[in-house]
Ligand binder design. Structure first.
Ligand code: GLY
Length: 399
């Protein structure tokens, strides 16, 4: 009887491994087909797609500067990597060229997001020396925002826009953890540890001040640049200062996993595991594993989900799973299966040709609520590729 039950469980396990692998291939084909349509439109107007407007039109990235401008070229690089079809390489190069000059900008922390996803993937895949120089310039601009007294890179300037109205002096957001990968990589490329040391200082200060007892994170910590003291702990994109904004938790998980990749410092691995535990054990998240936009939003279950948070989480868990003694495979499969379902993946030619539906940009600002987002698609495709690579090594499937 026991033997029979065991054989049946093994049969079910094999069945589930096969089906998720098939699903991954199907999803990569879907992504290629759907994003080819988006690419056609983008190439016609030579603009980078970001999301969809309330009038149901494609919203293109702001050409002056847009924190999301790296993601669509990055997606093209991933699709080139997996298909070897030159059209994706041509597209990635053309799209990223549009913002090459932003590498000199020192008034924004998002250079890590922008250049790592676009030129960073391009350099990894092609070894192009020009891309390497661009990455170095972008990193040099980014580190001008580091203050050793605070021990962090400043996220937003506070002299204009909505940020000027908050009374902040030196705001640092959890999202900023995602800018560190560029710095670690540029240290590797140049052999100069100054970038890596800044990344480590930022990660350590964030570890000290951004997390609560339950390992959820605040969104914004405002520092006093004179003393380095914390002035306040608040939110910008979350429900409240005390709440846990879903994408912020995903950025923290991804960011500390990357820190461990480059440093092998156990405290970063521990932190990534703690954040994963917070995300995965949260009872408020529905059984499909796609979180509400904020874990503490007041009208749950009548609140929008944030698919971008789920896509970032899936991709981060796929990397964390390689380093950790914990087994994240069932959670990874659950999220990937949900994202692949009709509930979240658009049918070919719908959703203005973005891949995933139902993300949230910034609900408190009334921006991009329940829409497709270029970064949800980027991290989803990254997760699919990571899953495929792990599957090749039977890492996930054999657990
Ligand atoms: N600042 C990046 C985000 O909105 O998640």
């Amino acid at each position: 009887m026991l033997k029979l039950a065991l054989s049946f469980s093994i049969f079910l396990l094999i069945l589930s491994c096969n089906s998720i692998e098939k699903l991954t291939d199907t999803q990569i084909t879907n992504a290629k087909n759907q994003l080819s349509l988006l690419l056609e439109e983008a190439m016609q107007v030579n603009r980078i797609p970001r999301t969809v407007t309330k009038e149901n039109k494609i919203r293109w990235c702001n050409q002056d500067f847009d924190w999301t401008e790296g993601f669509f070229p990055g997606t093209c690089w991933y699709l080139y990597e997996i298909t070897n079809d030159n059209k994706w390489k041509i597209a990635a190069e053309k799209m990223q060229l549009q913002f090459e000059e932003h590498k000199y900008k020192t008034n924004n922390h998002d250079l890590g997001f922008i250049y790592n996803t676009s030129y960073g993937n391009g350099y990894r895949i092609t070894n192009n020396n020009n891309f390497k120089q661009i990455l170095i310039t972008a990193a040099n601009s980014l580190i001008t925002r580091f203050d050793p007294d605070v021990g962090c890179i400043q996220s937003w300037d506070v002299n204009s826009g909505w940020q000027a109205k908050r009374g902040w002096k030196y705001p640092v957001i959890i999202d900023n953890m995602m800018n560190l990968e560029l710095l670690f990589k540029v240290s590797e490329i140049t052999g100069d540890n100054k970038y890596k040391n800044i990344a480590i200082a930022h990660a350590d200060t964030t570890l000290k001040n951004h997390f609560r007892e339950d390992n959820s994170s605040f969104h914004v910590i405002d520092y006093d640049p004179e003393t380095g003291e914390v002035r306040s702990k608040e939110t910008a994109q979350g429900f409240s200062d005390q709440s846990s904004w879903a994408r912020g938790q995903a950025w923290g998980l991804y960011g500390y996993t990357v820190c461990y990749r480059f440093t092998k410092d156990e405290k970063y691995l521990e932190q990534a595991q703690k954040v994963a535990k917070y995300i995965l054990n949260h009872k408020i998240t529905p059984s499909d594993g796609i979180p509400y936009w904020d874990y503490n939003a007041s009208n749950i279950p009548n609140e929008p989900r944030d698919v971008s948070a789920a896509a970032i989480t899936a991709s981060a868990l796929l990397e964390l799973d390689k380093y950790s003694q914990e087994d994240y495979s069932s959670e990874i499969k659950k999220i990937l299966k949900s994202l692949a379902s009709d509930s979240y993946t658009a049918k070919l030619g719908t959703n203005n040709n973005f891949l995933l539906k139902h993300s949230v940009g910034s609900l408190p600002h009334g921006h991009e609520i329940n829409v497709p987002l270029n970064y949800a698609d980027y991290y989803y495709i990254e997760a699919l590729l990571r899953y495929k690579k792990a599957g090749d090594k039977h890492k996930i499937a054999d657990k």
